[in-house]
Design a protein around this ligand. Structure first.
Ligand code: AMP
Length: 282
């Protein structure tokens, strides 16, 4: 497995694959891999001739007071895990390779879908995500790129970007991979204190309770939000950022749960902000 840090070295690998008619699958990540990332890699491996993992902690998607500096990084361990999942090549550029000068001026900005949910408390986050992912798509020219439903808003924003800008690739979305107690896997889970870690599965439990209620016929979004709010509020360590019941594609609030509805939440445990979600097909 090759590990490449710069674009000029990567380009001949891409060109060679393209000339041989090989398909390319890209899995964009910020590294510190876990089973969630590996599920994307395995799927990319199964569906493409060349599987590329990108590892880049993208400063553009972190707010000034967020965890860019302390975000966990471990390229050696990532490389071992990626190789075991069938990855052919890791592209791990330094910041100067992606944003070479202080005068960097080009951004991709998806409107409307990025203002609510996580966008409300992280105003420039999605502009950072769409900009870096658009750059990665231009650098790697994948046939398919793989993303986790864990970041449900990100997925919708990226699908919209690809459609709006006529990008010639397929976005594949894979289910949330969870720990045994239901906590969605995340590189940020390592920030949790033992007490916070023990409390964190309440996110998934609140979503499961909502799912059960909807299965039993509840369609009122306000009642579902209330149910989740009451469960999360019973945990003293949980500080709710948002609970949203939205249309799965437009990400706008709905009153009634019907068709495809996304129930998404963000909750702080100390300084750590965790997200989770549930897709409902009512
Ligand atoms: P990140 O490194 O956190 O930026 O995540 C890279 C990719 O892995 C994104 O598409 C995430 O949605 C996906 N991902 C992260 N955690 C999970 C998980 N628990 N299950 C499935 N996919 C995940």
């Amino acid at each position: 497995m090759d590990i490449i840090h710069d674009i000029p070295t990567l380009r001949p690998h891409i060109k060679k694959a393209r000339q041989a008619g090989r398909t390319i699958g890209l899995v964009p990540t910020m590294g510190f891999l876990h089973e969630g990332h590996l599920s994307l890699l395995r799927r990319a491996r199964a569906e493409n001739d060349l599987t590329i993992l990108s590892i880049f902690v993208n400063p553009l998607q972190f707010g000034a007071s967020e965890d860019y500096e302390k975000y966990p990084r471990d390229l050696d361990s990532d490389a071992k895990m990626a190789a075991s999942a069938g990855c052919d090549l890791i592209f791990a550029p330094p910041v100067r390779e992606m944003y070479p000068t202080k005068s960097y001026t080009t951004f991709v900005d998806v409107k409307r879908l990025t203002t609510g949910l996580c966008g409300a408390s992280r105003p420039d986050h999605f502009r950072g995500v769409t900009t870096v992912v658009a750059k990665l798509f231009n650098i790697v020219t994948p046939n398919r790129s793989y993303f986790g439903q864990k970041d449900a808003q990100q997925v919708q924003v990226l699908i919209r970007m690809v459609n709006d800008l006529n990008m010639d690739l397929e976005i594949i979305v894979l289910p949330i991979v969870r720990e045994a107690d239901g906590l969605a896997m995340s590189s940020r889970n390592t920030y949790l204190s033992p007490g916070e870690r023990q409390a964190a599965p309440i996110l998934y439990r609140s979503l499961q309770a909502a799912e059960e209620k909807i299965k039993n016929g509840e369609r009122d979004a306000v009642k579902i939000r209330e149910l989740i709010f009451n469960i999360l509020s019973s945990e003293p360590l949980a500080d709710i950022d948002y609970i949203a019941v939205v249309d799965a594609e437009e990400l706008c609030d709905v009153q009634e749960i019907r068709n495809r509805t996304l129930i998404a939440l963000a909750v702080r445990f100390g300084k750590t902000r965790l997200i989770d979600n549930l897709m409902v097909e009512a």
